[in-house]
Design a binder for this molecule. Sequence first.
Ligand SMILES: Nc1ncnc2c1ncn2[C@@H]1O[C@H](COP(=O)(O)OP(=O)(O)O)[C@@H](O)[C@H]1O
Ligand SMILES: Cc1cn([C@H]2C[C@H](O)[C@@H](COP(=O)(O)OP(=O)(O)O)O2)c(=O)[nH]c1=O
Length: 226
Amino acid sequence: MSDGANLRGRFITFEGGEGVGKSTQIRLLESRLRAAGLDVVVTREPGGSQRAETIREYILGGGARALGPMAEALLFSAARIDHIDSLIRPALQAGKWVLCDRFADSTRAYQGANGKLGDDVMQALEQVTLAGVRPDLTLVLDMPPAIGLQRAASRRAAGAPADRFESEGLGFHARLRKAFHQIANAEPRRCVIVNADRTAPEVGADIFRIVDERLGDAAPAPAITR
Ligand SMILES: Nc1ncnc2c1ncn2[C@@H]1O[C@H](COP(=O)(O)OP(=O)(O)O)[C@@H](O)[C@H]1O
Ligand SMILES: Cc1cn([C@H]2C[C@H](O)[C@@H](COP(=O)(O)OP(=O)(O)O)O2)c(=O)[nH]c1=O
């Protein structure tokens, strides 16, 4: 596929720490966009395609932890390549709106900032992984980590263990929040920080307003390189 191939759809990613309400808000936005007559695809990372879901199970089960943050970043990226190739790019080329629960900013925050991988390495990894498929809009859902972790714990079935990243300490989650702020502040044209410590309908109304403001009329289509 050559540079400049047309992606007619819109790509919106939801990012943030644990339990900030991404899935809830994606469902709300999905129904509002569908009601507006748009063709919407909802997906998530890690996962979103068959091979990527297999990698997801391995990582979130803790299998890759001992390999260290660089190898984990490579595994998340391998899953992302399959997800982009088999689902995201074809959907965007078909003019669909893709809503994705986490994407490359999670690698920047969880493996990059928290795993102390350099920005140069992360940028190079992103460039080869994304091959031009970058979000039109990224909503960074923000709240104090203790609240999100509490929500995530209450969502889990009684007795179920916390997953690979949920079980990290509060310091890890505080660094994540800072990393997401830095990402959003560095790319204000793409990212918006949303206060997620409100009722779901309040957050949802804010998100719909932002989407309407930013993507209400067609933005230029991004170039793709793979
Ligand atoms: N605004 C909100 N206020 C209170 N609880 C919420 C809110 N949004 C979501 N929740 C609840 O918090 C938990 C985590 O929400 P979820 O949407 O699954 O978050 P994420 O996808 O970011 O992990 C769920 O039990 C959900 O019902
Ligand atoms: C996409 C991605 C996710 N993650 C982490 C964030 C989450 O802890 C976990 C995904 O698990 P998930 O159950 O989907 O969590 P959440 O509901 O919080 O989104 O993987 C990374 O560390 N790097 C990544 O690139």
